[in-house]
Design a protein around this ligand. Structure first.
Ligand SMILES: C[S@@+](CC[C@H](N)C(=O)[O-])C[C@H]1O[C@@H](n2cnc3c(N)ncnc32)[C@H](O)[C@@H]1O
Length: 373
């Protein structure tokens, strides 16, 4: 058995840290949303829970987050909502070990929601999961797909899950192996995966592992269309070895929160996490400068036409930046008189305010028009 299957390595640790940061935010928000009555978590390649070196896997992260949010809400007199979990792994021995750990560590009580264990092949489980999610009313689902490889996973699965409009997906892909194969002449599994996304022969060449991830992200974005959001979190294992978490949602607020989680873990570029120590940064280097430069060039082009606050919010998220980043750049452009901010209709606006956030997007997406002077 490969060592990576029984020992939790750093890259897996970073993977579960992102999962942890996100799932806490996700459960917090949903448990307080007035119209949501239940959450369903599906961990379709769940593993055994705790590795031989003590590293915690995804089911433990999920259960700890559920427990935390439950008790916090209870303590604060807030409503609590049930979170139903399905932990699936093709190997019964893994879910049996997981069950024992959950009992020993008292990680679950019935008041938190249902807890189910399954030992179904992912390929058979996925249509069932999609059917269950599409029947949900006032309920939401989160699907975590964390295979060793990628041969079972198809882009069309992700699309069907998103089309239900009730779920978000986090998918881990061993992109470094996919990239290596691409260079050597793609094997059947990679071709099958790619052909779902682009017509034969249209897959762009990638020069590096990072290029491969960027290409895959753009192609996913095109394949899924404007209404669905895609972003990546790159995990660097060794020099030039890149693995990647893909996050998909049809809900813009869910995406906003995912970007927050990602930027929390990587304040510099929000792109991913490096295990190898980065080379010493030059003195006085300010990470925000890099973000601002990228965003500024985008906004300078985007604002050649007048854009509403809602349009800017959506465009910024599609690029993988937080609304706050856009506001910082707009402030600079505004203070050097390079943009104008005009109210739409007869409303009063505050000087120097841009209204780029989720609540304005959902309630007043056409409040102001912003344009280059
Ligand atoms: C990368 S590990 C999952 C790690 C886990 N998510 C964690 O954070 O600890 C992949 C798991 O998928 C299981 N598996 C492999 N092929 C599968 C399949 N076709 N369907 C369901 N589970 C499968 C393996 O037994 C293994 O436990």
């Amino acid at each position: 058995m490969k060592d990576s299957q029984t020992t939790m390595y750093d890259h897996s640790e970073i993977k579960v840290r992102l999962l942890d940061t996100y799932i806490q935010k996700y459960l917090n928000i949903l448990s307080r949303a007035p119209h949501i009555s239940k959450v369903h978590l599906y961990d379709l390649f769940c593993g055994e829970g705790i590795y031989e070196n003590g590293g915690e896997g995804s089911p433990i992260i999920f259960l700890k987050a559920i427990k935390n949010v439950f008790y916090r809400n209870q303590h604060q007199g807030q409503k609590t909502i049930p979170v139903d979990c399905v932990f699936n792994d093709i190997k019964t021995s893994k879910t049996e070990k997981l069950k024992r750990i959950i009992e020993e560590k008292k990680l679950h009580y019935p008041s938190f929601g249902d807890l189910r264990f399954r030992n179904i092949n992912y390929t058979e489980a996925i249509p069932k999961v999609i059917r269950q999610i599409s029947r949900l009313k006032n309920e939401k689902a989160f699907v975590f797909i964390d295979p060793y490889g990628y041969k079972e996973v198809r882009a069309s699965h992700i699309k069907s899950i998103l089309d239900t409009k009730r779920a978000e997906v986090l998918l881990f892909l061993p992109t470094q192996f996919m990239f290596r194969f691409e260079r050597k002449g793609a094997p059947e599994a990679l071709l099958t995966f790619i052909e779902d996304l682009v017509p034969k022969g249209m897959w762009p060449n990638s020069h590096t592992g990072i290029d491969f991830i960027e290409n895959l992200k753009s192609i996913f974005r095109e394949y899924l269309g404007e209404d669905h959001f895609v972003d990546t979190f790159i995990i660097t294992r060794e020099k030039n070895q890149y693995f990647c978490l893909f996050f998909f949602t049809s809900h813009i607020y869910g995406f906003d929160k995912m970007l927050e989680a990602k930027w929390e873990l990587d304040a510099e570029e929000g792109r991913g996490h490096s295990i190898v120590q980065p080379e010493a940064l030059p003195l006085f280097s300010d990470p925000s400068i890099k973000i601002n430069n990228k965003l500024e060039s985008f906004l300078l082009e985007f604002l050649e036409e007048p854009r509403t606050n809602g349009e800017i919010y959506k465009a910024i998220l599609h690029l993988g930046f937080k609304p706050k980043h856009a506001v910082d750049v707009l402030k600079t452009l505004y203070s050097s008189s390079r943009i104008s901010v005009t109210p739409i209709g007869r409303i009063k606006i505050k000087k120097g305010a841009f209204y780029i956030n989720y609540s304005e997007f959902s309630e007043n997406p056409n409040k102001v028009s912003i344009q280059l002077k």
